[in-house]
Ligand binder design. Structure first.
Ligand code: 13P
Length: 249
C-alpha cells in the first residue's frame, strides 16, 4: 500500500495553549496512521508542541529558518535552535516567504544546504502565480525554482518537494488532480535528469493549495501526487485528520 506524506503548515496561527491542545488531539487521533505526518506550528509554540509530541509518530516541523548558523541576524531563528527543541523538518521557499518577504532562489538554496548539513529534512516549496500560469510559464517557473533551490545539493534523500500554485493557496480553488499531476511529473523529470531515475521515483512530491477533506482523495489518487502540504484545513482536528486518513473515509 502506498504511504503518503501529509504535512500541516499552521502559518501564523495558534497561541501556545491552542497549539498544545491541537497537537495533543492530533497525537491521539493519528496514533494509528500508516502515513507520514508532520505539523509545523509557529516558532513560539515549537518547544511546547515538541513536548506534547513525545512518543508520537508525528514529526515536528518549522515553517522557515535563518540562512546562518548563528550571529547578528536580528529576528531570525537558527537551525541549531530548531534542532535543540526537536524539530526534524523545515519548510523552505514557501510562496509567502518568496512573495511577502522577498526570498530569492539563492537565499532559499543557502537555507536548504544549511538544513541538510545539520541533518534536517526539507520541504522545498515551488509554484507559479496566476499571471505566470496565464502566460503559459508554469513548467519553466517550477523547473527553475527546483533547479535553483537545489543548486549544489548532492543528496536528494532528505528533500521533499511541495508544488503549491500560488493562486490555489487560501483561495478555496485547488488545482485539478490532472493539472497537479502534470506539474508533479515535470518536477519528477527534473529530478531524474539531475539525480537519476531511482532518486526521482523515490522523491515525495506533495501538492498544496486548498487541500481539504473533500478533495484529498482525488488528488492523492494521481500517480505523481505523493502527499499534501495543508494550510487552512490543518488548523482543526476535524479537517486535518480526514485529510491524513483520506483512504479510510
Ligand atoms: P491552504 O491549504 O490554506 O490553501 O494553504 C496551502 C499552503 O500554503 C500550505 O503551505
Amino acid at each position: 500500500m502506498r504511504r503518503y506524506y501529509i504535512a500541516g503548515n499552521w502559518k501564523m496561527h495558534k497561541t501556545i495553549a491552542e497549539a498544545s491542545e491541537l497537537a495533543r488531539r492530533l497525537k491521539d487521533q493519528l496514533a494509528g496512521t500508516r502515513h507520514k505526518v508532520m505539523i509545523a506550528p509557529p516558532f513560539t509554540a515549537l518547544a511546547t508542541v515538541s513536548q506534547v509530541l513525545e512518543g508520537s509518530n508525528i514529526l515536528l516541523g518549522a515553517q522557515n529558518m535563518g540562512q546562518a548558523e548563528q550571529g547578528a541576524h536580528t529576528g531570525e531563528i537558527s537551525v541549531l535552535m530548531l534542532k535543540d527543541i526537536g524539530v526534524s523538518v523545515v519548510i523552505l521557499g514557501h510562496s509567502e516567504r518568496r512573495l511577502i518577504y522577498g526570498e530569492t532562489n539563492e537565499l532559499i538554496n543557502a537555507k536548504v544546504k544549511l538544513a541538510l548539513a545539520h541533518g534536517l529534512e526539507v520541504i522545498l516549496c515551488v509554484g507559479e502565480t496566476l499571471a505566470q500560469r496565464e502566460a503559459g510559464q508554469v513548467d519553466q517557473v517550477v523547473v527553475d525554482q527546483v533547479e535553483r533551490g537545489l543548486s549544489g545539493v548532492q543528496e536528494i534523500g532528505r528533500i521533499t518537494i511541495a508544488y503549491e500554485p500560488v493562486w490555489a493557496i487560501g483561495t478555496g480553488k485547488n488545482a485539478s488532480p490532472a493539472d497537479a499531476d502534470a506539474v508533479h511529473k515535470v518536477i519528477r523529470q527534473t529530478i531524474a535528469r539531475r539525480y537519476g531515475q531511482a532518486a526521482a521515483d523515490a522523491l515525495i512530491i506533495q501538492y498544496g493549495g486548498s487541500v481539504k477533506p473533500e478533495n484529498a482523495a482525488g488528488l492523492m489518487a494521481m500517480e505523481n501526487v505523493d502527499g499534501a502540504l495543508v494550510g487552512g484545513a490543518c488548523l482543526t482536528v476535524d479537517s486535518f485528520v480526514p485529510i491524513v486518513e483520506f483512504d479510510r473515509h
